[in-house]
Design a protein around this ligand. Structure first.
Ligand code: PHE
Length: 346
């Protein structure tokens, strides 16, 4: 009996009007739930199906479904239209003018020590050296033993070592110099070798004007036939002129390192007092940059290179120290302080 059902045609046309009237997606969602929801006209019609005569239920159900489908289709279309419109509005309101000029961004830059390392690398690469790297955590063998510094050798006392709690006691350490990279380079490459090895090193040092417990060194290693001390002195001289310029002199003074023989200390004119003597150079007029010498035959043998056939020289000096001399920085500790007033000057 049709009069038990609401008038579906009226219900559909009312619903379509509500859908048309919705101006935003929110309004459409409201219209949708009031028409199609649990309390809507179609739900009410469905409930009444039960009261119809059995043979009337199927056709009545079909017309409810058809009416409902017509409303759903209209809602779908309206939703598509409204979303396109809202998206366009959103795009318009979110638009950013990329050509707009803003306050210039403050960009960081490489730290002075990194800049200095790169500058030093450039100088040596121009002289024909390759750049090698090694790990910061080293074995006692690479850092000491292969460099002719056996356990209990007094030279160990000069390099106050930070040992790591790893493996057997005192077998793993933070490298105290870049010289273990000499060992690694000779183990992985056959001579002739012309290499530099820059990187950080660590010592249990008390910070003062010329020392910090973590600093950077650059190692040099040459192994070839017929290399002499003259080649070493010439290389140091060429480097000093190329890096520091004509007004800084280098000098070599006899020294001792277990891994080189003969050995020398490599000093340059103190750029702060220009050689007159000041606090930074302890009134000597010279600043020690590092050490050097002819690679000890025991070191060549430790890495399987025949000292009868090959000879070489090595040097190692502080990168922070170079920056200190180059930029006349009286106290080394500022390199590690991370004070922007210092960092921004370079
Ligand atoms: N490794 C030495 C040091 O750190 C420097 C050095 C390197 C000396 C190479 C001689 C040869 O003091």
């Amino acid at each position: 009996m049709a009069d038990h059902l609401p008038d579906l045609d009226t219900a559909v046309s009312t619903a379509l009007q509500a859908v048309e009237a919705a101006l935003t997606l929110d309004e459409l969602r409201e219209a949708e739930s009031s028409v199609l929801g649990k309390h809507g006209v179609f739900a009410a019609a469905k409930k009444r199906l039960a009261s119809l005569a059995p043979e009337e239920r199927a056709p009545a159900g079909a017309s409810i479904n058809a009416a409902r489908a017509a409303v759903e289709a209209a809602i779908g279309e309206r939703r598509a239209a409204l979303s396109t419109g809202e998206r366009a509005k959103l795009l318009e309101s979110d638009r950013i003018d990329l050509t707009e000029r803003r306050r210039p961004e403050q960009r960081g830059h490489l730290h002075l020590v990194t800049q200095t390392q790169q500058h030093l690398e450039d100088v040596f690469v121009a002289m024909g050296f390759s750049v090698e790297e090694g790990p910061l955590v080293e074995t006692d063998w690479h850092n000491f033993q292969a460099l002719n510094i056996p356990p209990a050798h007094p030279a160990r006392a000069n390099q106050d070592t930070l040992y790591l709690d790893f493996g057997a006691p005192e077998t793993t350490l933070l490298r105290t110099h870049t010289s273990p990279v000499q060992i690694r380079t000779m183990l992985s490459k056959a001579p002739p070798i012309y290499a530099i090895c820059p990187g950080r090193v660590y010592r249990k040092d008390t910070p003062d004007a010329r020392h910090t417990p973590a600093f950077s060194q650059i190692e040099g290693l040459v192994v070839d036939r017929g290399i002499t001390f003259g080649d070493l002195a010439g290389t140091i001289d060429a480097f000093t002129k190329a890096y520091f310029g004509a007004d800084i002199n280098a000098r070599l003074r006899p020294a001792y390192f277990p891994f080189t023989e003969p050995s020398a200390e490599f000093e340059v004119t103190c750029a702060i007092c220009r050689g007159d003597g000041c606090r930074t150079c302890s009134n000597t007029g010279w600043i020690e940059l590092g050490g050097c010498g002819m690679v000890h035959p025991a070191v060549l043998r430790a890495v399987g290179i025949d000292p009868e056939e090959w000879s070489g020289f090595a040097f190692g000096f502080g990168i922070d120290r170079c920056a200190q001399v180059f930029h006349t920085i009286s106290d080394m500790r500022v390199m590690a302080d991370n004070d922007l007033r210092f960092i921004r000057q370079f």
